[in-house]
Design a protein around this ligand. Structure first.
Ligand SMILES: Nc1nc2c(ncn2[C@@H]2O[C@H](COP(=O)(O)OP(=O)(O)OP(=O)(O)O)[C@@H](O)[C@H]2O)c(=O)[nH]1
Ligand SMILES: [Mg+2]
Length: 225
């Protein structure tokens, strides 16, 4: 799954990708600012999550658009300690909402280790344009709540797809013709769904034998609801 890490300048996007993906990170910076992108791979419930970080400077709009393409989820990083960056947060938020409408999103309110850090309630109040989006307070310095972010993100994304993933699991069938029959869709539609899910490692498909299984991590997430 592809998760976009975006938000205003210096909010802690690159630091977050570094904290989440540890040794698996590429980062294109000049003088401490992202001028290209960040890329890192992490894993949650056995599902690989490809993290793509954008630059935060307003002028890198074109890069943000390119990096955003095809994202399944958004981690929107805001600097909880700096209300002066809220206007920029609003600008990037509008831009990303336009590029990725209806994509599941979580706000990571960073720098909670600093005394000036605002609480999630305060962030919700100050950034009221982010209506209904969950806010998780984090710190890249102390790793506070870092372990909560990707499981929450993966759950949101998988719940988005849960009706069809559940339907695949619930048929008890694993071969394409039986799946098509049970779901009342054509075999080519079954293949299209499976290709999409396989790319995101949500199902395991044997294209020669024409069989598919929902990945164990996904079954675990669906069972929690
Ligand atoms: N105290 C504290 N500092 C942080 C935290 N996260 C990031 N920083 C610092 O904030 C500054 C900016 O962090 P980056 O990760 O480069 O921010 P960014 O959002 O990638 O910045 P751009 O790519 O320029 O938009 C750096 O000096 C980091 O060390 C945090 O959780 N706590
Ligand atoms: Mg950066």
């Amino acid at each position: 799954m592809k998760v976009l890490v975006t938000g205003p300048h210096l909010s802690g996007k690159s630091a977050l990708i570094q904290t989440l993906a540890k040794d698996n990170v590429i980062n294109i910076q000049a003088n401490g600012t992202t001028v290209g992108l960040d890329h890192g791979v992490a894993e949650v419930f056995g599902i690989p999550i490809r993290l793509f970080g954008t630059p935060g400077l307003a002028r890198f709009k074109v890069l943000r658009r390119i990096i955003s393409e095809g994202a399944d989820g958004i981690l929107f990083v805001v600097d909880a300690s700096n209300p002066d960056s809220d206007a920029e947060a609003r600008y990037i938020w509008t831009e990303i909402s336009d590029l990725l409408p209806n994509v599941p999103c979580i706000v990571a309110a960073s720098k909670q280790d600093l005394r000036a850090a605002r609480t999630p309630e305060r962030i919700r109040h100050d950034l009221s344009f982010m209506v209904g989006v969950p806010v998780i307070p984090i710190s890249n310095k102390t790793e506070y709540n870092i372990d909560k972010l990707l499981p929450a993100m993966a759950m949101l994304i998988i719940y988005e797809w849960s009706p069809i993933l559940r339907a695949f699991g619930a048929t008890g069938k694993t071969n394409f013709p039986d799946l098509a029959k049970s779901l009342h869709i054509s075999e080519s539609q079954v293949r299209n769904y499976l290709r999409w899910f396989e790319l995101r490692k949500l199902v395991q498909v044997d294209w020669d034998r024409k069989t598919a299984h929902v990945a164990p991590g996904v079954t675990r997430i669906l069972a929690q609801r």
